[in-house]
Design a protein around this ligand. Sequence first.
Ligand code: 5GP
Ligand code: ZN
Length: 112
Amino acid sequence: MSCLFCNIVAGKIPARKVFEDDKVFIFEDVNPQAPTHVLIVPKRHIVDIKNATPEDTEIIGHSHLVAAKIARERGIEDGYRTVYNVGPNSGQSVFHLHLHLLGGRVLRWPPG
Ligand code: 5GP
Ligand code: ZN
């Protein structure tokens, strides 16, 4: 198994876990871009949003709702962002679907 995030989900590579349920594994980004920067990762391997199918609808919705719950718990509801990077021009570097949750500072718009 060569997928980095599958290995993190399986506990074979360590990560700072934030939350886990039957569908998602959530951990701190190793290179945080904001005071809160966590990755919401489906336990099932999905390559990216471009390759997602109607079967993945529930997990995509669930990922956003769990992100909102974490934002509420961390008191960052005055400004946060959920992001899927898609494709080389976005900086996507890991090919296992992951929703970024960024917050805890002023986030400029448009993003760089
Ligand atoms: P992407 O650029 O693909 O949207 O996001 C990949 C993210 O995964 C980056 O923000 C990067 O810092 C993070 N990342 C890459 N490798 C690791 C790792 O081994 N552990 C953790 N916790 N985060 C990682
Ligand atoms: Zn994977």
